[in-house]
Design a protein around this ligand. Structure first.
Ligand code: GRF
Length: 205
């Protein structure tokens, strides 16, 4: 039951997914030289690079991307720091079999620079969210969230490190639920068979 992971950067979430023992068939990056490609190569996992800059349109980029993904016939496509906005055609192809992780407690702070914006807003809890990929940017049904405290002396970096540690906990958990067929989607909401907690509260600082 292959999993294909899409990345754009250092690949710490990919590393956490692999460390959790999830069998990843291939890693595809839109950025040549992304650190995550090394992480995959070290473990003998197939890697592919599809540079978005080589294509004039999102559709042209995605046509090649989807061909590379589909060559592995994945059951699940995992966006792990994959920094591209996808089109409706892509979403349709992988509907209910594509997950994303976002570094905020959605629906707050969709898009970029979430940690800076959380600090600017003065929120006292921040965190991360795993959700299904839909047409709405960072807006798909939520699988699991982790909350962390925001401290008075936090910088975007210290806060992002605290959130990232929780990303590494909740993403493998969500993927495992998916692969075990335990996720149930009803009325745009996601439940887990067996009622495992779909949240995590970390007061580790
Ligand atoms: C993570 O914070 C993820 O939530 C965001 O991009 C970052 C990727 O980090 N979308 P990594 O490449 O997994 O280390």
């Amino acid at each position: 039951m292959p999993v294909v992971v899409l990345i754009s950067g250092r690949g710490s979430n990919l590393q956490a997914i692999l460390d959790a023992g999830i069998a990843v068939q291939a890693v595809v990056s839109n950025v040549a030289g992304a650190g995550g490609l090394e992480v995959a190569a070290r473990r003998g996992i197939a890697t592919r690079v599809v540079p978005h800059r080589d294509h004039a349109t999102r559709e042209a980029f995605e046509a090649v991307l989807m061909r590379e993904i589909d060559a592995f016939s994945p059951r699940l496509v995992v966006h792990a720091g994959f920094m591209r906005i996808v089109t409706a055609g892509y979403v349709e192809r992988y509907r209910w079999r594509s997950l994303n992780i976002h570094p905020s407690l959605l629906p707050s702070f969709t898009g970029l620079h979430t940690h800076e914006r959380a600090l600017a807003a003065g929120v006292k809890l921040h965190g991360c969210t795993v959700h299904f990929v839909t047409e709405e940017l960072d807006g798909g049904p939520i699988v699991i969230q982790a909350a962390v405290p925001v401290l008075a002396n936090d910088t975007a970096e210290s806060l992002s490190n605290r959130v990232l540690r929780q990303e590494h906990v909740i993403y493998p958990r969500a993927i495992r639920w998916f692969l075990e067929d335990r996720l149930v989607i009803a009325n745009g909401k996601v439940g887990v068979k067996g009622n495992d907690a779909q949240y995590l509260l970390s007061d580790r600082v």
